[in-house]
Design a protein around this ligand. Sequence first.
Ligand code: UDP
Length: 313
Amino acid sequence: MRILITGGAGFLGSHLCDRFLSEGHYVIAMDNLITGSVRNIEHLAGHERFRFIKQDVTEYLYIEGPLDAILHFASPASPIDYLQLPIQTLKVGALGTHKTLGLARAKGARFLLASTSEVYGDPEVHPQREDYWGHVNPIGPRGVYDEAKRFAEALTMAYHRYHGVETRIARIFNTYGPRMRLDDGRAVPNFIGQALRGEPLTVYGDGSQTRSFCFYSDLIEGIYLLLQSDYAEPVNLGNPTEMRLLDFALLINELVGNKAGIVYKPLPADDPKRRRPDITRARQILGWEPKVGLEEGLRQTIAWFRQALKGSY
Ligand code: UDP
């Protein structure tokens, strides 16, 4: 296959490039590098089946030759990033999804949208199943991301229903691993960075809010299987092991051997109180479930961040 991956220099996008190249496919990565980094793909420079195009996907897209699949992963994805880049976040979810769907239609390519658990907002249903419509504040600070992704899902289904484009929607829950940006502001890089520097971990609120963290390799496998499936409705992909943020912080301090403890900071506006995917659909349709346990995944991620902090990344 010849595959376009938007956000190809980002955390998940670059791992997808690696995965599809290792399966023998031809990969074109596109990224405007506002949150992605060429360091994530520099090991692919010169690869005969890889090409990088620095471009904003909200502008007109021209790709020469055939395309079999488009994976639309371009977007700021951390709350700090999309607070700082609210217009770009809305544009890439709305205009960028329109451009990439149009390209998929023109090329007869299959399209996979990277959607998010944020479409459920601060959920009133727990755990979250795909048939839950969500509880989103459209004008809150997270609205720029949540609503852009909700619009992106609507547009994807419209292209599927009215233009017959083969589409897939992955609702991605919290995912972590190597190549997350140290300063992206999310819990995993913040906590690991702080622990490695011997600083106290900044827990927002009282730490009783929950998340369910999935290791990147499991997530990439789920995306790979979903692209090959014939299922157009959204599919949750994430790890159903739920934990309180305070316990998560304590675990990272323990794994790193950090004695500096915890400091509490104010809880950001509209921060979801509970989040856990119901992955029944992914199990049934893809035969997929996460395999990497939290401690194992965190050990690998900590080792990677240790190197990154030394400046070798
Ligand atoms: N969080 C925290 N300390 C930090 C960063 C994040 O306690 O330094 C909390 C945040 O308030 C949220 C959870 O960790 O409840 C996960 O936040 P993240 O930014 O990773 O992603 P989210 O799941 O909120 O999109």
